[in-house]
Design a protein. Structure first.
Length: 134
């Protein structure tokens, strides 16, 4: 999405501000220990990025994907380190978009999604293994 569609778009500053607000809110919720609220902001970040493509099919796919992942992330409860890294990644992705470096933004986004996916699945397996012991 980022590399293929965003270079052709004029991204309004108000939209960039909305994306930035998700990062600020996620930091705030992390400090307060509000896991669910932080997760909502993280998913909102990805929704806003997807919306930039102005492709209704991508938006629907992202919403379905996010709704399924949200329940999984709530159950698995990402670690604080994972949460901090996600917020940091989101900040770097946004900065690359603001600078018009869509290749960097796409690379950062891809590695972020891949890393988070691997980490959360591994944490899920560990939680499952712990439950089996009792």
């Amino acid at each position: 999405i980022i590399l293929d569609l965003l270079p052709q778009r004029n991204i309004p500053s108000a939209t960039l501000k909305q994306i930035e607000e998700t990062i600020i809110s996620a930091k705030h919720y992390l400090q307060q220990g509000k896991i669910q609220d932080r997760l909502v902001e993280n998913f909102k970040f990805h929704s806003l990025i997807t919306n930039l493509a102005e492709n209704p099919i991508l938006v629907v796919i992202q919403r379905v994907f996010a709704s399924k992942l949200s329940a999984f992330f709530t159950a698995v409860k990402p670690t604080e380190q994972m949460a901090r890294r996600t917020i940091e990644d989101h900040g770097k992705i946004l900065e690359a978009i603001k600078k018009g470096d869509f290749k960097k933004a796409a690379d950062l986004s891809s590695s972020h999604i891949e890393r988070v996916g691997l980490l959360i699945v591994e944490k899920s397996k560990r939680q499952s293994d712990l439950r089996k012991q009792f």
